[in-house]
Design a protein around this ligand. Structure first.
Ligand code: ADP
Length: 180
């Protein structure tokens, strides 16, 4: 586990399962149709129960890439699930960096709107959507750091990385960002 302070807030990296987190909100790596898929999305709907999908269907028809929507957490420990859609990686020159940044920013903005003090992110886009982990980690971490410097909230932002390889990639990128 790594913990650093940014502008009075805590930025944390842990290796683990996003569905087990007890932060007020967890973020889902959703798709534009908001239809439960594999990876993080499948795990959240399985563990959270049907209430989450029911609320999605009632409130939203879809969620464009880079945007975010919010529901309750169903049976999860988290009170809220913020569903955001990262870009599908093509070649890195098709707007993917900007869209990935927007997905993190819009999730964080929604957290502020709902007075959410603690939030857990998975590494968006780096599973089925194919974003190279180090490039994605740079965007993920620099976007969160920039947001915390500007807004001094949420109090806790946790990245929950699946497996040692993803965790190590984030750890390395964070070290580089903080020393530069
Ligand atoms: P995307 O479609 O945005 O790529 P995925 O859910 O396929 O989303 O994968 C995003 C990242 O989340 C990948 O790095 C994957 O290894 C990781 N991951 C998969 N399951 C979990 C989980 N239960 N908790 C945290 N991270 C997970």
């Amino acid at each position: 586990m790594v913990q650093v302070k940014i502008n009075g807030c805590v930025l944390e990296l842990v290796q683990g399962d996003i569905t087990e987190q007890d932060t007020e909100a967890i973020v889902n790596a959703a798709n534009e149709e908001l239809i439960p898929g594999g990876g993080v999305d499948g795990a959240i709907h399985r563990k959270g129960g049907p209430e989450i999908l029911k609320e999605l269907r009632e409130k939203y028809s879809r969620c464009p890439t880079g945007e975010a929507v919010i529901t309750g957490g169903g049976n999860l420990k988290a009170k809220y699930v913020i569903h955001t859609v990262g870009p599908i990686y093509k070649d890195g020159k098709s707007g993917e960096p900007e869209l990935l940044k927007k997905a993190y920013e819009n999730s964080l903005k929604l957290a502020l709107e709902y007075n959410i003090n603690s939030i857990s992110f998975p590494s968006l886009s780096t599973g089925a959507y194919g974003y190279p982990i180090e490039e994605a980690a740079k965007i993920a971490l620099s976007t969160v750091i920039e947001f915390l410097k500007k807004n001094q909230a949420p109090e806790l932002v946790r990245f929950v990385l699946w497996g040692e390889k993803n965790y190590k990639a984030f750890e390395k990128v964070l070290k580089n960002l903080l020393s530069s």
